[in-house]
Design a protein around this ligand. Structure first.
Ligand code: MG
Length: 171
């Protein structure tokens, strides 16, 4: 068994939210991704604001540390999180990374979504995430994909996000 702790830790985060017509026509909340509002007639169903990108990043950070995941830390049975801005989850995870003596080496996210299209706002998303994470934008990447019109994601009824993050131990 090596005595020195590893200088890196990798984390993976995944999230999916159902997309429904915005309330009162359905249960969808206004569409928000990476903390940015998007114009769309559907929005995520969720206990919080349903920001799948911030949820997946939060879980990637907590996962890299080997800590309880977002659902355990912030249960959807807690009325305090009803409609919550998901930045509070991300901030909590970011603090844990800092307290554990790590910083974010880089983060790569894949957003799978039929509509709204995020292509033209990828750079804006990247800058927003870098600001929220307090890191240089060149450490953040956001990719957008469709689900080729098949299954719930492809039919516009859900959004799916995958994130990997590399944590680097500070000296
Ligand atoms: Mg979620």
């Amino acid at each position: 068994m090596p005595k020195t702790p590893p200088p890196f830790r990798i984390g993976h985060g995944y999230d999916l939210h159902r997309l429904e017509p915005i309330a009162p026509d359905g249960s969808g909340r206004p569409f928000v991704l990476g903390g940015l509002p998007f114009e769309h007639d559907r929005g995520p169903v969720g206990h919080s604001d349903g920001d799948a990108l911030l949820h997946a990043i939060t879980d990637a950070l907590l996962g890299a540390l080997g800590e309880a995941d977002i659902g355990q830390r912030f249960p959807d049975t807690d009325p305090a999180h009803d409609g919550a801005d998901s930045r509070i989850f991300l901030d909590a995870a970011r603090r844990r990374v800092d307290e554990a003596g790590f910083e974010i080496g880089n983060l790569d996210a894949t957003v799978i979504l039929e509509r709204p299209k995020i292509g033209r706002r990828k750079q804006e998303l990247r800058l927003r995430l870098a600001t929220l994470l307090d890191i240089d934008p060149d450490r953040v990447n956001v990719k957008g994909k469709t689900h080729e019109k098949v299954d719930a994601v492809g039919e516009g009824r859900a959004i799916e996000v995958h994130v990997v993050v590399l944590l680097v131990r500070r000296d």
